[in-house]
Design a protein around this ligand. Structure first.
Ligand code: KET
Length: 408
């Protein structure tokens, strides 16, 4: 019996597939700038000291592994609320915010999408052009049609803010608007604070539902600074969703540490939302991982570990910024007239290089330097030992192209 011969072959994931291809590449001097993972100066995924100490305490406590409640570890959920909204925010204090620990922020995004498909039927989602590829896949997978609003200005390297605002202003009420809260993936281009403020009345007057994705908290300007959009929308009294992640900020990718928070209009509505989110989790994956919850609760719940963690996040962010400067300087030295200023102005883990798929292929094939084919570079994969090779590869592919009309 053959049931599945009609299946479409899976082309593989553009990010995870590339990361796997990198692992198989036998060249010793290969450089991984593909996946959104922070590597340290030695090219390793760091185990943060705050996380190591949290795990040591968890072992000391006996390490039993019961099921967590559907909504996750209560201490982790409270800690997430403090991190997102700031300690003692009125929305949290008044019981308007529901937070579930989820299987990474991916789990949170999908649970939120499934919930919206069921309880806000007919609503469609708008994502930035471009966005993380998986946004589209997740919402479509949940049965919600996906559209794009203008975002990145490929010619100037900035934000098409007016076009974005105009597009959002024309959406039907109850449309879902996916927004990257900081460190936009893939472009590294974020709205300014003033632009976020200008978005608020449009979201409110058009009765739109913002769905924030906060996967890189701490990699932009700082942990609190990067929660600016979350706190602004909460201060403005809007209802919205936030999927947040510790994968990058605690360097715990495989633990699947994330959360979904929903800010509601009042505590009674929040209780209903909480219940139906839990029902959604139960029929998806039942309950989230206990080790991830324990790490989050211990690191954020202990003032000393929390302070240590914050300093480690600051150091990761500073190192990335240093690498942005190093690559900018080195490509500039090899190719005078080619000022890759975007490397300095874009924020977070990524730069959007504008390199074509053919140029990206050449960097990989000829130099062993891996970028996503959209031209996205994970700057957090650079270090003193590979930045020259990366600059060589970029200079080689850019030299053949000649300077662009605006020097980009
Ligand atoms: N949102 C965004 C914007 C994002 O870049 C990622 C991961 C996630 C959510 C998922 O995070 P998690 O909490 O681990 O489920 N992005 C990197 C890895 C991936 O594609 O899965 C990346 O873009 O390389």
């Amino acid at each position: 019996m053959s049931l599945f011969q009609h299946l479409e072959p899976y082309a593989g994931d553009p990010i995870l597939g590339l990361n796997e291809a990198f692992q198989r590449d036998p060249r010793p001097d290969k450089v991984n700038l593909s996946i959104g993972i922070y590597f340290d100066e030695e090219g390793r995924i760091p185990v943060l000291e705050a996380v190591r100490r949290a795990e040591a305490r968890m072992l000391d406590e006996g390490g039993a592994k019961p099921y967590l409640p559907i909504a996750g570890l209560p201490a982790a959920r409270r800690a997430v609320q403090g991190l997102l909204f700031g300690d003692g925010h009125a929305a949290v204090a008044s019981g308007r915010v529901v937070t579930l620990q989820t299987v990474g922020s991916s789990g949170g995004l999908k649970v939120g999408a499934d919930f919206l498909h069921r309880w806000l039927p007919g609503s469609e989602v708008w994502v930035s052009d471009p966005t993380w590829d998986n946004h589209r896949a997740m919402f479509e997978g949940a049965g919600i049609p996906v559209h794009a609003y203008p975002y990145y200005d490929a010619a100037g390297g900035g934000l098409r803010f007016d076009a974005m605002l105009e597009a959002l202003s024309a959406l039907p009420p109850r449309s879902i608007v996916l927004l990257h809260a900081c460190c936009h993936n893939p472009t590294g281009v974020d709205p300014s604070r003033e632009q976020w403020q200008r978005l608020v009345p449009v979201l409110r007057e058009r009765e739109l539902l913002p769905y924030l994705d906060l996967a890189y908290q701490g990699y932009g300007d700082g942990i609190d600074e990067d929660a600016y959009a979350v706190r602004l929308l909460a201060d403005a009294g809007l209802s919205f969703f936030v999927a947040s992640s510790f994968s990058k900020s605690m360097s715990v990718y495989g633990e699947r540490a994330g959360a979904l928070s929903v800010v509601c209009s009042d505590a009674a509505e929040a209780a209903l939302v909480d219940g139906q989110l839990q029902a959604t989790v139960r029929r998806n994956y039942s309950s989230p991982p206990i080790h991830a919850g324990g790490i989050v609760a211990h690191v954020l719940g202990d003032p000393a570990l929390r302070a240590l963690w914050r300093s480690e996040v600051d150091a990761m962010r500073d190192r990335i910024r240093g690498m942005r400067r190093a690559l900018h300087e080195r490509v500039g030295a090899r190719l005078p007239g080619h000022d890759l200023g975007y490397l300095l102005s874009q924020r977070g883990m990524f730069s959007y290089t504008g390199l074509s798929p053919a140029q990206v292929d050449r960097m990989r094939e000829q130099f062993g330097v891996y970028l996503v084919r959209s031209g996205r570079m994970c700057v957090a994969g650079l270090n003193a030992g590979n930045v020259d090779r990366t600059a060589d590869a970029m200079a080689a592919v850019l030299a053949d192209e000649g300077p662009g009309p605006d020097g980009r």
